[in-house]
Ligand binder design. Sequence first.
Ligand code: SME
Length: 149
Amino acid sequence: MFDKSSFEEMKKEIESLLEGRKDKLEPICQYLYDHVPYYNWVGFYLVDGSKKLRLGPYVGEPTVHTTISFGQGICGQAAQTKHNFVIQDVTKETNYLSCSPDVKSEIVIPMMKNGKVIGELDIDSHYLSPFDEKDEAFLEWICKILTSE
Ligand code: SME
């Protein structure tokens, strides 16, 4: 069983993994996918100039949702509201874009720079209700280090 207290150790590993790297997003996706058993799709959406999200680096099954408008789906709502979205059961959502029938839950953390959303970290899980405030804090920490340079 995965113990969420490992997030603290993982933060240190992530810091060394990213040190001196310009392409940080892809290694983060791979690291999270490899280390957290219930992170079954890990990717970034990046905001383009026209209130749209475009799929960036990801690890997991290919998705048809390569462009998402603000407001659309969980990702678009997170971008529009600048809030984290933690969805423990996607079947309960009306504004949701399905990528795969295997996905049961999802967490989306916006990446902010100067008060604006510049992208987001999106994680899908094949498990129901796997996310808690520890995941949220860990993933917020990741988004912060990515935007703080
Ligand atoms: N489920 C997302 C779409 C993106 S996939 O999870 C990769 C949503 O509802 O916005």
